[in-house]
Design a binder for this molecule. Structure first.
Ligand SMILES: [Fe+2]
Ligand SMILES: [Fe+2]
Length: 239
């Protein structure tokens, strides 16, 4: 079922948008971030019902949707959403995918993550091909303002939080030209693939942490040990 859903999405986008890259990427980014909304909705439902609480997963999936939002804003700045027909198609498809993935996540969360692993893998391949065919042109064009703000000048906390295979603050893409921006977007898609793979791991519910949470846990560990040592010393002095 997941392969069929991805196949339909890819076929429609490839057929309708064969020669219009920015509207194509706009539709892809609109639809492809919606499953993260589905995950968040179902996780909130579980928490509301008192069935399951996993605050870090909410943070990771929100950070994923935040990253995809900025891909979408970049495509809009490049003119990808200028035609009403493209906006209508993208939003209609997004509405359908939201509910399909919400139901799938309720029934089988791992399949819902596998679905996004395939979608993000397709996005990576799409941008990789675009970079290879359009490299010369892209290198002569400036980076969109929204990309510079997101990747370089803005608050990069959320940028780190969706990349569970990375150490927080390690990955900082350069954004000098439009080519750099598409390299960053392509590499983001691969980070989403890795996060989706991590979410399917049998121990993910117990072990998966966002990069900043993992970094804090690491730094807190020695402090806890230090406090325990100080407590022992103080106890010794008091006796
Ligand atoms: Fe994206
Ligand atoms: Fe993506």
């Amino acid at each position: 079922m997941t392969r069929l859903l991805v196949g339909i999405l890819v076929f429609v986008i490839n057929t309708v948008y064969a020669n219009r890259p920015y509207p194509r990427f706009y539709v892809l980014e609109t639809v492809a971030r919606v499953p993260y909304f589905s995950y968040l909705s179902v996780l909130h439902l579980y928490e509301t019902l008192g069935l399951w609480r996993k605050a870090d997963w909410l943070k990771i999936h929100f950070a994923e949707s935040w990253n995809e939002l900025h891909h979408l804003l970049i495509m809009e700045e490049l003119g990808g959403a200028n035609f009403w027909g493209d906006r209508l198609l993208a939003r209609t498809a997004a509405l359908v995918y939201y509910w399909v993935i919400a139901v799938l996540y309720l029934v089988d969360a791992r399949s819902a993550y596998h679905f996004m692993e395939l979608v993000e893998g397709h996005a990576y391949a799409t941008y990789d091909k675009f970079l290879k065919t359009e490299a010369a042109t892209l290198k002569t064009q400036p980076a969109p303002a929204v990309a510079v703000k997101y990747y370089r000048d803005g608050d990069l906390y959320m940028f780190d939080e969706f990349q569970t295979a990375q150490v927080a603050a390690d990955r900082r893409p350069q954004v000098n030209t439009l080519y750099d921006v598409f390299v960053a977007i392509r590499d983001d898609e691969m980070e989403h693939v890795k996060t989706m793979v991590a979410c399917q791991h049998p121990n993910a519910q117990q072990e998966l942490l966002s990069p900043h949470t993992a970094a804090v846990e690491l730094t807190l560990l020695p402090i806890d040990e230090e406090i325990a040592t100080q407590d022992k010393v103080l106890a010794g002095e008091g006796s």
